[in-house]
Design a protein around this ligand. Sequence first.
Ligand SMILES: [Fe+2]
Length: 241
Amino acid sequence: MVDIHCHILPGFDDGADNIEESLRMARIAAGGGTKAIIVTPHSNIPDSYQNYLDKFYVDTFKELKAKIKEQKIPLEIYPGHEIFATDDIIEPIKRKRLLTLCGSDYPLVEFGFRERSESVYQKLQILVAEGLTPIIAHPERYAFVFENGSAPLILKKMGCLLQVNKGSLKNKFGSNAYDVSQALIRREVADFVASDAHSPYMRTPYLADAHEIVCELHSEQYADLLLSINPRKILKNEKIK
Ligand SMILES: [Fe+2]
């Protein structure tokens, strides 16, 4: 499996606090069958985590990669950001101050949990017009999605892809997120399941249970698609669907 959403890079956000925690997360991920992680620290959040690409990012990434290798953990890591969508993200994405997933045409974007749908669609439209394919982080957690059953299909029709969180499928984010996440899997609307892991204790990067849940809700074939096949296409910047 390949995890396309994981806060494993230490010292950037509310994810791993230090390199030891990152390495514990790496071991947990590998133990659950994950072969690669795209690291996605929060970024571009006004008055909060900014985390534009800089020397600290590059150095920390290199250090974590080296330590994973040194400790013989069978796991690759690749660079990325979870980008908080504001009106002006296209320029920093083009200048690579905000990173798409593994240098692909797929940026992982998140929104305010109560943001209005018009505002969301407007921001996404700018990215799509520039030839990018936005991946919506945890759509099931946004009010504009759980309050409007047609929102997921509108997002897909616009050219976006949908990444469901493991935690939503395990009922960790309330009943709305739980219900929508289940529906997205059952109706084959989801494109990815990822951990959105923040620590080795809670919200971990262990994905074997998420794979099992998708098998139960739909099929093994679909579980493989969401957790292995589609994420691997991101690593190679290949077209999905
Ligand atoms: Fe996240």
